[in-house]
Design a protein around this ligand. Sequence first.
Ligand SMILES: *Cc1c(COP(=O)(O)O)cnc(C)c1O
Length: 438
Amino acid sequence: MTKPKSSSQLSQQFPMITQLKEYQPLFWRNPDYGQTDPHLPFTSEYIFDAVARWERFAPYLAVVFPETAHLNGIIESPLTRIERMQSSWSQYNNWTLPGSLYLKQDNVLPISGSIKSRGGIYEVLKFAEHIALTQGDLTYMDDYSILATPRYHQLFSHYGITAGSTGNLGLSIGIAAASFGFQTTIHMSHDARSWKKAKLRANGVHVIEHDADCNFAVEQARKQAAQDKYTYFIDDEGSADLFLGYAVAAVRLQKQLADQHIPLDRQHPVFVYLPAGVGGSPSGVTFGLKKIMGPYIHGIFAEPTHVPSVTLGMLTGLNHDISVYDIGLDGKTAADGLAVSRPSFLAGKMMKTLLLGCATFSDNEIFKYLALLADSENINIEPSAAAGFAVIKESLQALQTDYPLKQATHIVWSTGGSMVPKADQNNFYQIGNRLLNN
Ligand SMILES: *Cc1c(COP(=O)(O)O)cnc(C)c1O
């Protein structure tokens, strides 16, 4: 091991760290983007394996979560053209957004109302299938709705599931795991909203509150599982299954692009803006996008200027070995889904050649976009989910000489919101509105 570098040595080696330290919004362009990476641990086959598992479970989900029945138990969100928001965005920025703007509405995904319904639930399904195949009499050809019967509930009740979370991951894992009958414990960080904890408790989930950040909550869950061989730990900082659950989104999005006649080629690039916390969901999605759709679809991560953990990890190449505290940042953000000081083990490694870049934004901006979206499209999202809107300008100004932006499609991945209680949502909107009128 080489000796860890001091913060000033790092700033010398990577001048952008000076900007990060001053909480300045920036765009970091990945110098390795588009190279070939011989070390990628997964191929497209891993994604298709996950797609098939979701399909096996669809009959179960349709029964247990009736809100998924209209899509026959497939958990997917709409891709929505948002022309009025595009005008509002251009007006607010005093700069015409070239191309067409869309919203990928994971804010309405069933079960958690967030992108966490992809990864978190997927890993619970995979564990349940493993138990049912090895300890029960399930076969791959069965109608998986039998897993909702008391006999299986009884079997699953001998096992536990645990995870640490800032809120949404806990919500999706907790609700899905409890549906099977697993003994479920969620370790919550200090920024987790109280309605998320209340909802979990109402579902019979054991919630442990920690007065510390997400990385600490994950650590506590890891420790709990290490002490009990019947408890399965879902690791937000390094799980391959979480990652692959997110990647499935790309297979679904490919079809949505085709159905909506959205072109994708050298002359018609598609830019996808994804909020990053620990980096798991955006890197899983981006991995899928690149594997399924190739070179002309581009992922860009959005992070708060106070918590640019993935940006810092990737630009220094230190990934999980550096935290935003190491360069003196305070790690504070109102975007609770993004309040993660240290990136996952997987994010930087998987994104080394697959991510176009990362951009940072000030917290105030996401509240303004949340309000603009509500006013222009009547779509309500949570603050973290508005992050994509806040990095488009910074990103495109850095990229405009290299890409035909007039024919581009921009997809803001709206990562959460539909389950936020009305009073909280109104409060977010008021904050944004006040900021816009100042
Ligand atoms: C979790 C979350 C993210 C970020 O996902 P990571 O896997 O932590 O990077 C973004 N938005 C919302 C609403 C989230 O809940």
